[in-house]
Design a protein around this ligand. Structure first.
Ligand code: FE
Ligand code: FE
Ligand code: MG
Length: 166
């Protein structure tokens, strides 16, 4: 923990740590959902979809790294038990049990939309009290916005391709 770094936070640090830990659980679950989705996905445009899912998996893992770093700076402890990820998550986990491209894309779009809402709330919470966390959250939010658009544009390409085939 950085003592002076924690002292300058002008908001309830325990509440902030809880919100950061919740987001941390989301990121691990998102990572796994993308990672496994990339392994099992089937159907048209599979190669392009796999490349995007793999990239997003690595980016979600990096979000977990960014959140852990901030949690530790603030004197907190990242959730140590994976079984607690389910208890603390905001956005949950959608198992890729139906591996068709469209379903996998739709599940992950839903996850990204939840992530965008979560980080938007965290930005509002930190905008006046903690500029350091604000900056971390803003970087993550920018990437979640990009993720949503990446997946929606793949879905659009899939629809165009299937129309053309008719
Ligand atoms: Fe993320
Ligand atoms: Fe994302
Ligand atoms: Mg991408």
């Amino acid at each position: 923990m950085g003592t002076k770094g924690r002292e300058i936070v002008m908001m309830d640090v325990d509440e902030l740590l809880e919100l950061l830990n919740r987001a941390y659980c989301d990121e691990w679950l998102a990572y796994y959902q993308y990672w496994l989705g990339a392994k099992v996905v089937k159907g048209p445009m599979k190669d392009a979809v796999i490349a995007e899912l793999d990239q997003h998996a690595m980016e979600e893992l990096n979000h977990a790294v960014m959140l852990t770093t901030r949690i530790i700076q603030l004197g907190g402890t990242p959730i140590t038990e994976p079984k607690d990820w389910y208890k603390w998550t905001n956005c949950g986990y959608d198992a890729p049990d139906n591996p068709v491209v469209r379903t996998i894309l739709e599940q992950n779009i839903k996850g990204e939309q939840c992530a965008i809402t979560t980080y938007q709330k965290l930005l509002q919470k930190t905008v006046t009290g903690d500029p350091v966390t604000y900056n971390v959250v803003l970087q993550i939010l920018e990437q979640e916005v990009e993720h949503e658009e990446d997946l929606q544009s793949l879905l659009e390409d899939l629809d165009l391709m299937l129309q053309k085939g008719n």
